[in-house]
Design a protein around this ligand. Structure first.
Ligand code: HEM
Length: 451
């Protein structure tokens, strides 16, 4: 069970996140940012943060407010903090994007956008850490998936710290030479902490529990899973702490990043073995769409790791870093996010509507809220378009890249329509849809029943 307590604002996080995804895909389709503009241009920075913060981080925060209590069987520390948190994150993101545009000379308003973004994002992520950290703290010793989340939370703290240093230096608030060095060399560490630590490591922890739950597979937590957790944590510590120290001591980052990369590879191999085991040991033979599509996303993670290893061996990783970041962000993280969203939206809506009347009247099953054979087309289109877009980036074919991101946009809109249909109970048969005591749920807000 996902847990009987619903997080009131999770749907609002999901909605804001999906809007950011659609805007980002639209911008890419119109040729905004890389490859039409340089990687370090203001346009690319806007796009990167619209995806990393607006889409992926809001999605992750919304999911964690719902899911961390389930992982540790404790209520969320505060159910009212997620709303001000969302406001700070959205406003902070807007200020950050305007700061990038101001830096690129595209916006000429005289306003301290970067320092404002730094303050709002620090408060927003600080509230996320406080709320989830307090929830986890009461549940020590933590089960393995929750430990992944705890390391992910430390990583977002590191990502935001790097980001704040960047904004304060670029915004002209400080010219401290150490901090200027961090801006000059720290961007890879910031990206690794964000994409690798916060988004990937947390998603890995969450999948251990979600896949086991949705496929009726045994919970894992044995020596192999623990070894994967320690390797991954060591890789992140090596990259973030070791990398930060290397910058401060003005020594080469390369050795640190190679060591972190090898540890990260071990962690991914151990995780991959665990996930294969989960799929093989499942009791539900015919698996649902979300678990099938999650397998495609896992394939995206494996393909990203192979791509990094091959490009590094050929000495052309830096040249193709954008293609790697794209595959990680869309093939792995977004693919997994959309797949799980499809199930979670149905489950939470079912719990909200039919949970209170369960046993008192006939109710539909969770799977009656969704029509998988209609959704699968959009998911397949999405994954095919992402893989083709990655190939287009590697082969330096910008027009093909734009066409593929256009297909991603169409597929994402198709998936969003399915999510709205689920939320509005459109596909539930009329006889079952609204038994006495049940009303159609609000799109953006979960009604919370306190027992
Ligand atoms: C999950 C969270 C995040 C991820 C994955 C992420 C990722 C990235 C990446 C990949 C770049 C390099 C992009 C390029 O060169 O085109 C970058 C740069 C940057 N990020 Fe983030 N970021 C995250 C959060 C933040 C936050 C919270 C802030 C601000 C508080 C921030 C501020 C910046 C700034 C100012 C730069 C430009 C650095 C420079 O050009 O020297 N980022 N980020």
């Amino acid at each position: 069970m996902l847990g009987a307590t619903l997080s009131r604002w999770t749907m609002s996080y999901f909605a804001a996140a999906l809007i950011a995804l659609v805007v980002a895909e639209l911008l890419m389709t119109l040729g905004y940012g890389y490859p039409g503009a340089p990687v370090e241009s203001a346009q690319t920075l806007v796009l990167v943060h619209l995806v990393a913060l607006g889409w992926l981080s809001l999605l992750m925060c919304g999911a964690l407010f719902q899911f961390v209590p389930v992982l540790v069987a404790r209520p969320l520390y505060s159910d009212s903090l997620p709303l001000p948190t969302l406001a700070c994150l959205v406003l902070g993101l807007a200020a950050l994007l305007l700061g990038f545009l101001q830096m690129g000379g595209i916006v000429s308003i005289t306003f301290a956008f970067f320092p404002t973004a730094a303050a709002l994002l620090a408060i927003g992520f600080g509230l996320v850490l406080w709320n989830l950290g307090r929830t986890l703290w009461t549940a020590r010793p933590l089960p393995l998936p929750a430990r992944f989340v705890a390391v992910g939370l430390c990583s977002i703290a590191a990502t935001v710290t790097f980001g704040i240093i960047f904004t304060l230096v670029l915004g002209g608030v400080t010219d401290n030479p150490h901090l200027v060095d961090v801006v000059a060399s720290g961007v890879p560490l910031h990206a690794i902490a964000g994409l690798g630590g916060w988004l990937t490591f947390t998603a890995m922890g969450v999948t251990y529990r979600l896949l086991a739950m949705f496929m009726l597979a045994p919970e894992l937590g044995g020596p192999r899973s623990r070894a994967g957790f320690y390797c991954g944590t060591a890789a992140l510590a090596a990259a973030i702490v070791g990398g930060g120290t290397a910058i401060c001591l003005a020594v080469s980052l390369m050795l640190v990043l190679v060591a972190a990369g090898l540890l990260g590879l071990c962690a991914l191999l151990l995780y991959g073995a665990d996930i294969l085991h989960l799929y093989r040991a499942r009791k539900r033979r015919v698996i649902e769409l979300n678990s099938r599509m999650a397998a495609f996303a896992m394939g995206g993670l494996a393909a990203s790791a192979i791509l990094i290893a091959v490009l590094a061996a050929l000495g052309i990783l830096a040249q193709h870093a954008a293609a790697v970041v794209f595959l990680v962000a869309f093939g792995w993280l977004s693919g997994l996010g959309l797949a799980k969203l499809y199930k979670i939206a149905a489950f939470l809506t079912w719990l909200e509507c039919y949970g209170p009347v369960l046993g008192k009247t006939a109710t539909p099953r969770v799977q009656d809220l969704a029509v998988e054979r209609r959704a699968i087309r959009w998911f397949l289109l999405y994954f095919l378009a992402v893989w083709a877009a990655t190939a287009a980036l590697l082969l330096e074919m910008p027009m093909l890249f734009q066409a593929c991101t256009g297909l991603m946009l169409i597929a994402s809109l198709g998936i969003i329509v399915q999510l709205v249909r689920i939320r509005r109970l459109v596909d539930v048969s009329v006889t079952m849809r609204l038994p006495p005591g049940v009303s159609v749920p609000r799109l953006l807000l979960c009604s919370v029943q306190h027992d």
